[in-house]
Design a protein around this ligand. Structure first.
Ligand code: UGY
Ligand code: MN
Length: 245
């Protein structure tokens, strides 16, 4: 059905809501058998990239000059890094430090979130190391004591790492307790359910499959609606002085 030019997608100065009907796929150098939806990237003001990588059978990622974080959405990915070989399944994730030799290959059709960011060293902080995990093994912690809104912190919360990736799960009716305005920017992929996202001075209906980018200081609030929990994966720059010192 032709939508006559209408879409829920919206690009404003301080945010992007990108809905699946507007996704454009492209190849990237070095990758084989993979198409990328490049959701967030420097041309729109982001200081990181976030993509959805869609692998055909035997597809593989190319190298990167940046740190790389991978979170499997569908299918399986074989990761080789640091002398380890792991098969990641949905909810499986990995963090590869900048310059760490590795390969990521899909034995069959698969989809994954790929986040890349140039590493920002911090005075006195040790170098980050390889992380391989599964979301099911990560503790689910109530946000500000609200057990209807639970957070899983996928990366170690220590200064070696300069970004965070978390999942947040809201029971129907749960919401952020405040409108947040903060220095960190966000990349967010809705994984399950839906609700209303306030971004800047706009309120949007959102649901699984939607991507959101929030520039630093973008006013933000979410409330979950529907009969099932809403869940998203969220990136933020973290644990670095804003002046880069
Ligand atoms: O970590 C965060 O800043 C998170 N609470 N933001 C959000 O969900 N929009
Ligand atoms: Mn936030």
């Amino acid at each position: 059905m032709h939508e006559l030019g209408s879409t829920r997608s919206s690009l404003k100065f301080d945010h992007l809501l990108q809905t699946p009907d507007t996704f454009i796929r492209s190849p990237l150098p070095g990758a084989r058998g993979v198409e990328f939806v490049i959701h967030a990237a420097p041309p729109m003001g982001a200081r990181f990239t976030q993509m959805t990588a869609e692998f055909s059978g035997r597809g593989s990622l190319g190298p990167t000059t940046a740190q790389r974080f991978i979170y499997v959405l569908d299918g399986k990915l074989e990761l080789k890094a640091g002398g380890k070989r792991r098969m990641l399944t949905p909810g499986g994730f990995a963090y590869l430090p900048e310059g760490a030799p590795h390969s990521v290959c899909a034995p069959g059709i698969a989809r994954a979130v790929v986040i890349e960011k140039p590493y920002e060293p911090a005075p006195g902080a040790p170098a980050p190391t390889l992380v391989i995990g599964d979301e099911d093994d990560v503790a689910s912690v109530p946000l500000m004591g609200d057990s209807a809104l639970r957070v899983r912190t996928l990366l170690p919360n220590v200064p070696a790492y300069d970004f965070a990736v978390n999942t947040m799960t809201y029971n129907p009716g749960a919401s952020l307790s405040m409108v947040e305005i903060h220095v960190m920017e966000h990349g967010l992929l809705m994984l399950e359910g839906g609700g209303i996202y306030r971004l800047g001075d706009s309120w949007y209906p959102v649901h699984a499959g939607d991507f959101i980018w929030m520039r630093a200081y973008c006013p933000q609030w979410f409330g979950a609606l529907g009969k099932r929990p809403a869940k998203y994966l969220i990136y933020k720059d973290w644990l670095r002085h804003p002046l880069g010192a």
